[in-house]
Ligand binder design. Structure first.
Ligand SMILES: [Zn+2]
Length: 464
């Protein structure tokens, strides 16, 4: 179906313009002093999500989510946001992206029946990195349910910003687990947003490439993915080269910023802003999904960057300043005390409330010694292998790609979202979903646009 629209972008079509108008209010003031800000912030924390356990020696500790929540409450940020304990995602909802046999496997597998399912272990890539632990399916339903509820609330216009630190599991694929991730809550949330909005921008500041999200939307011009990450052949997942830009309609809609060990605050922030500013003004997203993996912080157990919590948070503040509907998610982060500090600090930024450097007393205070500060000094810095020239080359190459994007079909916009009638139907359903959101036990929208992710459109990105 092709409908000519003038002015020539579908984000300018009246259906969409109304939705956006509420977000294009006055620009944010400099700094983080908006304690009386009108920005609505919704915080999602699935009950007990921090009580799951990947295994004794596994670096991923869901317990970091409890530390984070306790700091957020200790700083009394609940007075500046609405707090939500969302329901679990249903199997049907997970099936909007994931293969049915994979969802079924996750549902059935337990540490006890593992022996009888060894063949499936290989097929679905579970084992060492992605172990089968007690109640793993329930864990997936919890964090995915939170991202979906957050996306529904954003799409309904009931909040300006939604936060789910338990989400952001960016490596999970359509039919397999990867890199500590089983279900890709980010893809599910973006699909939910796409039911209501023409274009979504995905930004990933985890130290690892956001491969699962890039792959899911590699052929789409409705989702632009930008990932800032360490890139080398021997660093997981081995993808995210500067030359990976998307295919077919999605050509130039995947951007990658491959970095080397030891990048520092100044270079990272400068590069981040000089990439994101033209990306946002060129792509003009209806909403932004920001994955805030905290393994890009200095002193992470797996990461090798030198970022401070302040610099990581500056990226969040910068994206917030565009005043677009914003979904903020967690991700990696393998030093629990740093993760909790970072995400509490970023919750403060999003809620418009400046946090004191002295940490509040919580149930987990002993994790934060010996300084008990929000911004402890960074020790054990790693040599910065990024040169001024290498960073400049990245900056110039990305800007060049954005020039192509400017002439790309979806921005000329002869095209409207593939299912306009479905969209209008969804508009009518908005009220019901808002009510569902209030009671928290309904079912998410049943019909989704599937053209972006239909069978056979999945593409593996090139290694290296
Ligand atoms: Zn990571």
């Amino acid at each position: 179906m092709t409908i000519n629209i003038d002015p020539p972008t579908f984000s300018d079509a009246p259906f969409f313009f109304d939705r956006r108008a509420g977000y294009l209010l006055e620009p944010e003031q400099e700094g983080i002093v908006q304690s009386h800000s009108k920005t609505k912030v919704a915080y999602y924390h699935p009950k007990d999500v921090g009580n799951y356990h990947y295994g004794e020696r596994h670096p991923m500790r869901p317990h970091r989510l409890e530390l984070t929540k306790d700091l957020v409450l200790g700083y009394e940020l609940q007075n500046h946001m609405t707090m939500h304990a969302p329901r679990k995602a249903t199997e049907e909802e997970l099936g909007e992206f994931h293969d049915a046999d994979y969802v079924d496997f996750l549902k059935r597998v337990t540490p006890k029946n593992a022996q009888t399912l060894t063949r499936d272990y290989t097929k679905f890539n579970v084992g060492d990195d992605c172990p089968v632990f007690y109640d793993v399916f329930s864990f997936c339903q919890q964090y995915a349910g939170a991202s979906l509820a957050a996306a529904r609330r954003l799409a309904a216009g009931s909040t300006d910003i939604a936060i789910n630190w338990s989400g952001g599991l960016h490596h999970a694929k359509k039919g397999e687990a990867s890199g500590f991730c089983y279900v890709n809550d980010i893809v599910l949330a973006i699909l939910e947003l796409l039911r209501h909005q023409p274009r979504v921008l995905y930004i990933d500041i985890d130290i690892h490439h956001g491969d699962g999200v890039q792959e899911a939307f590699y052929l789409s011009n409705r989702v632009l993915t930008v990932s800032f990450h360490k890139y080398s052949a021997d660093f997981f997942p081995g993808t995210g080269n500067l030359s990976e830009t998307g295919s077919d309609l999605g050509k130039y809609f995947s951007l990658n910023v491959p970095l080397q060990d030891g990048i520092d605050d100044e270079s990272y922030i400068s590069l981040f802003k000089s990439v994101m500013e033209p990306t946002i003004t060129t792509f003009r997203p209806s909403s932004i999904v920001l994955q805030c993996g905290a393994d890009s912080l200095g002193c992470d157990r797996l990461g090798t960057f030198n970022l401070s919590i302040a610099a990581h948070g500056e990226c969040v503040r910068y994206i917030k300043s565009f005043n677009l509907p914003l979904l903020v998610l967690g991700g990696g982060g393998y030093r629990q005390s740093s993760v909790a500090r970072c995400w509490a600090y970023e919750t403060g930024i999003l809620a418009g409330f400046k946090l004191a450097d002295d940490l509040p007393v919580t149930n987990y205070t002993e994790f934060f010694g010996p300084d008990y500060k929000l911004h402890p000094p960074l020790t054990g810095q790693i040599q910065n292998l990024n040169t001024r020239q290498s960073l400049e080359r990245i900056r110039v190459t990305i800007r060049e790609k954005l020039r192509y994007l400017n002439g790309a079909p979806s921005v000329q916009m002869q095209e409207v979202p593939p299912d306009l009638m479905g969209f209008l139907e969804d508009e009518r359903r908005g009220k019901e979903e808002r009510e569902e959101e209030e009671v928290g036990n309904g079912k998410a929208g049943e019909t989704r646009w599937e053209t972006e992710l239909g069978e056979g459109r999945r593409t593996r990105v090139n290694q290296g």
